[in-house]
Design a binder for this molecule. Structure first.
Ligand code: ZN
Length: 105
């Protein structure tokens, strides 16, 4: 298979993957231009809060996910304009919850 055919095959697979995700979650990929900025800002607030001891660190694995009870993997935001209003969640519950509300959405 030449490189152009391989490229076409991979881009078809990527398009199908996007369609599948949109079928499962119609909001997937629909975010404002500022979404990444607010997400990064909120993540930095949480990192700083963990560093100064305001929020407990999740790296020890002794904090439970609020949704399913497994080990929490990260803090989940529901609104990036409130960067310290977070709950500990595991990876799969975090993706089920979907993206947080953002001031520019
Ligand atoms: Zn969970």
């Amino acid at each position: 298979m030449d490189s152009n055919a391989l490229f076409l095959k991979r881009s078809d697979a990527a398009k199908r993957a996007v369609e599948t995700r949109r079928l499962r979650n119609p909001d997937w990929g629909i975010r404002s231009a500022g979404h990444k900025y607010w997400q990064r800002m909120a993540v930095n607030y949480v990192r700083a809060a963990v560093a100064i001891g305001l929020l407990p660190s999740l790296s020890a694995g002794d904090i439970a996910c609020v949704d399913c009870g497994r080990n929490a993997y990260c803090y989940d935001h529901r609104d990036y304009s409130m960067p310290l209003v977070v709950v500990p969640v595991c990876g799969s519950c975090n993706s089920k919850r979907g993206p947080a509300k953002c001031p520019t959405d």
